[in-house]
Design a protein around this ligand. Sequence first.
Ligand SMILES: Cc1ncc(COP(=O)(O)O)c(C=O)c1O
Length: 370
Amino acid sequence: MYQGFDCRLFPFSAMNKVCLLSGRNALWHAMPVLGIKNEAEILVPSYNCGAEIDPIVKQGCGVQLYKVNTDLSIDTEDLKEKIAHRTKAVLVIHYFGFPQPVDLIRDICNEHGLYLIEDCSHALFSMYCNRPLGSFGDVAVFSMRKFLPVPDGGILVINNSALQLPEGLRPPTFKYEMHKRALQFILKMTGIDNRLLLLLYDFISRSFLRHEVPNGWPNAADENLPARWYNYRIDSSTVNRTISKTTLSVLGKIAKDELMEEIIRRRRSNFLFAVEETKNSNSATPVFDSLPEGICPSTFPVLVKERKEKHNLLLRKGIFCLKTWPVFYPGMPWEQFPEAVFLKKHIISIPIKQDFKKQRFHEAMNWLKD
Ligand SMILES: Cc1ncc(COP(=O)(O)O)c(C=O)c1O
């Protein structure tokens, strides 16, 4: 137990939280909860996927990037230098489940009167100094899809007792629930690796579930952005919706001590296997080559040359891995962050999730060698 909540069941055990459809929606609601609006600026790490930036920009706030080193540690000196009179909060990302020195960053925030936002989208069940990640910030956001077999889900945790929960939230529409149930059913029947079927279903269902894109929001076609760009956008039609019943029913079954322990155990075991497998590899360099106690990793990130070709190859072989992250959010001074650009161009995240077989990882490493 820590300050009245059960550490192992965090964030489910957090006293003040709301369950939404996604991590980015949780970030969207974090802004008004913190009272951050127009003209305010948030410090965001330069290695990011865009889904952290979009809600901030769409809430009318400014984003100032700070430096992330190629080992994914943040440059606290650069962070301090970027604090200006408009700065209201610091966002910190615990990449792939590995903690940033969040106690140190908390101190910097306290010293400058800033809010701390923990992005725990990759850090469900990870601990730092025997305390769950997501319990240090004034607020924290989580993304369920990255860890659990659910179609949606984001949690906004509010740790600062002076802050109020967001209002005006509604459950998702019946159509949305049906869409997600159907998707869950396909996943259950075919397994996540049936990419073709999922893409086909996604394409067909999109034609029925049209998203509202408000006037004035940048359009992918106008900006000459890749189609995948939309995956990093916040969708205004779902932003005020709470988590789906489909996800809640799965979470109800999973949010138990022994099951969570098992998820953590398997993920750690797969990660350690991956470290061994890549030890002498000259085609894939692990971003992290050890796994300290308390960490529940989200994926196994590796640096590869010729990422596009290697990523395509792994997908063709049925390994559902991700390029993390190819999108350069428009309007950011990317040229000032060569380390982040390098990471965004070279990392592939290989799954190590609880049901991923070690043999598959072994095969993936062999394919990377080709
Ligand atoms: C670091 C980070 N923050 C936030 C998000 C947004 O999470 P979600 O996909 O649940 O909206 C993502 C994933 O896209 C992410 O990788």
